[in-house]
Design a protein around this ligand. Structure first.
Ligand code: NAD
Length: 554
């Protein structure tokens, strides 16, 4: 018998369904997909990505959710509280089949200490963003966002290409693992430091990273050679960033761009303190979590000090959404926020147009279904060169994990166009099975996260959480298939509130109606949120598309 703690589940594919409708089947398959070993980082522990971002609270809850989904009627809604099914009510056919709330704590209690206390009692779960809301699609999910960020950086600082530059980063986990490929897709060289060799190997296996080494000398040799030849190359360097970065500074190495995606948002489970092997770190984590956290935060402070020094020496440095600056600041690094977050630096103009990480997955499991939707993107948006280039590169470089899927950033108007066209393809039989359409919570109108998505808002409204709640409410009213609301994703407890939305295109007229509504309201929230904050691009977008804003500025 398989030991409970080593249990592995794999996503189901094909056109036979075991639920009472495709919508419930879609939820079921996406839950399995999140936990498929091809997709999840530590599937046997139910951890999907991002430190301890889990899909469900425990295996007992997993089984109960699976049972409930199999029994769920087409006019019922299942409720999930932090990864555990807690109730079911009759609603109606156009209502979501599942509503989820993950890791939400009352503000005064919203810190890691309270979370861990409740977690130990089995009362809560950390849902990250798409882990607990069942729309994680593996590293590709973050790939295009990371590609867009480095492309925006290249456009701003290097005439559109990273050719001839060296980027230094750390963290090759579920999300951070997209960094090497995103940099090489933009023509650059990247040294990506990770303390865990298995994580580096996983990126090599999925072709996200080109080579690995445990030697700083060798990494530099390879990096310089590739840079000088103008070639793209990604190097996974085994080491601890809090140490390696200082070593590079000591040697006076010139680095052009510095960022980081270690799981700094979670000092206990996501970051390894300097001087500790993985094994020693795991032991200390278990025996003395308080000391572990202290050491981990100190290392992060040192890590940020190195990033600040690189900035002083002329590197372009930005925070990549893991809250490492906040930890360093709390540890006494006064100028920790001297380098910007990636959203104000590169992404906000896209958010103002309702652009964000639109994604879809083929429930048939057949890659041909995704290839058909790739062609669809080109048919619908022939004028968008960057998008077409992305689709070509993704087809060539991205290995599918679990259910075949695709991601691309689409804006207001574009998402609904694509969603309805996909529904049409399902209806006319060009696709073998329905398609699940969703997005990351890191989107234009779904997050309040003052150190990330809503950092430095024009009107100072960074910490206003109403927008994320309104996003979940309007998408529920509009009839998404599963809607979620989370706390603490990306940047950790106390620092973010965010909502998720997934809709199923099953080719029916009802799906068409629901998709039309939800793929309009969802990016529309991004436009009105940024228009309200005073951004011209958002006001122009609202004007152009006739989005009604009762108290329009200007
Ligand atoms: P993950 O937990 O899967 O991976 C973290 C990686 O960091 C692991 O491979 C780990 O070995 C490595 N690591 C930990 N300490 C280290 C150290 N001291 N030196 C070198 N390597 C170390 O997490 P993930 O899903 O990749 O996410 C990484 C971070 O990025 C999280 O904080 C997450 O919230 C954030 N994030 C950012 C975005 C974005 O768009 N910018 C999106 C999602 C997540």
């Amino acid at each position: 018998m398989v030991k409970a703690d080593k249990r592995i589940v794999r996503v189901k594919k094909g056109t036979e369904i075991e639920c009472k409708g495709w919508e419930q089947e879609a939820v079921l398959r996406m839950l399995y997909n999140n936990l498929d070993p091809e997709v999840a980082e530590i599937p046997e522990e139910l951890v999907v990505y991002g430190g301890i971002g889990k899909a469900v609270r425990n295996w007992e809850s997993f089984d109960a959710i699976v049972r409930s989904l199999r029994e769920l009627e087409n006019d019922e809604t299942l409720l999930i509280q932090s990864g555990k099914p807690v109730g079911k009510f009759r609603t109606h056919t156009a209502a979501p089949r599942v509503l989820l709330s993950n890791s939400v704590l009352v503000p005064k209690w919203a810190d890691w200490d309270h979370f861990h206390e409740l977690d130990k009692k089995g009362l809560i779960m950390y849902g990250q963003m798409t882990a607990g809301s069942w729309i994680y699609i593996g590293t590709q999910g973050i790939l295009q966002g990371t590609y867009e960020t480095f492309a925006a950086l290249a456009k701003k600082h290097y005439n559109g290409s990273l050719k001839g530059t060296i980027t230094l980063t750390a963290g090759l986990g579920g999300m951070g693992g997209a960094q090497p490929l995103a940099v090489t897709m933009n023509g650059g060289v990247v040294i990506a430091v990770d303390v865990d060799e298995e994580r580096i190997d996983k990126r090599l296996d999925t072709r996200y990273c080109d080579v690995k080494t445990d030697s700083v000398d060798e990494a530099l040799l390879m990096a310089h050679e590739a840079r000088d030849k103008g070639e793209a190359l990604s190097i996974g360097l085994l080491g601890n960033a809090a140490e390696v970065h200082h070593e590079l500074l000591r040697r006076g190495v010139k680095i052009d761009i510095v960022t980081d995606q270690t799981s700094a948002h979670d000092p206990l489970n996501g970051y390894v303190p300097e001087g500790y092997s993985l094994k020693e770190a795991a032991e200390l984590r278990g025996s003395d979590p308080k000391r572990y956290t202290d050491l981990s935060k100190k290392s992060m402070a040192k890590h940020v000090e190195a990033m600040l020094e690189f900035q002083k020496r002329g590197s372009i440095v930005f925070d990549y959404g893991n809250n490492i600056r906040q930890v360093a600041k709390d540890e006494g690094v006064e100028d920790a926020f001297a380098f910007p977050g990636f959203v104000p630096a590169y992404i906000r103009p896209l958010f103002c147009e309702g652009k964000g990480p639109f994604r879809w997955a083929a429930l048939s499991g057949d890659p041909a279904d995704i290839h058909r939707t790739d062609r669809l993107i080109k048919e619908l948006f022939p004028e968008n060169e960057a998008l077409n280039r992305w689709i070509d590169m993704a087809q060539e470089k991205v290995a599918f994990q679990g259910l075949p899927s695709r991601i691309c950033w689409l804006g207001y108007g574009e998402r609904v166009k694509m969603g309805l066209a996909i529904n049409e393809l399902v209806k006319n039989g060009e696709l073998k099975a329905p398609i699940v359409i969703g997005r990351d919570h890191l989107d234009c109108g779904s997050v309040a996260s003052p150190n990330r998505e809503t950092e430095s808002m024009m009107d100072g409204s960074d910490a206003v959480g109403d927008w994320a709640i309104l996003n979940a409410l309007i998408n529920t009213a509009a009839g998404g298939s599963w809607i979620s609301f989370h706390h603490g994703g990306g940047v950790g407890m106390g620092y973010s509130l965010h909502a998720g939305m997934v809709a199923v295109a099953d080719g029916t007229d009802l799906a068409k109606e629901r998709l039309e509504r939800v793929l309009t309201s969802d990016p529309g929230m991004g436009v009105i949120r940024h228009a309200d904050a005073g951004y011209d691009i958002a006001n122009e977008t609202a004007e152009k598309h006739g989005i009604h804003i009762p108290m329009k500025r200007g």
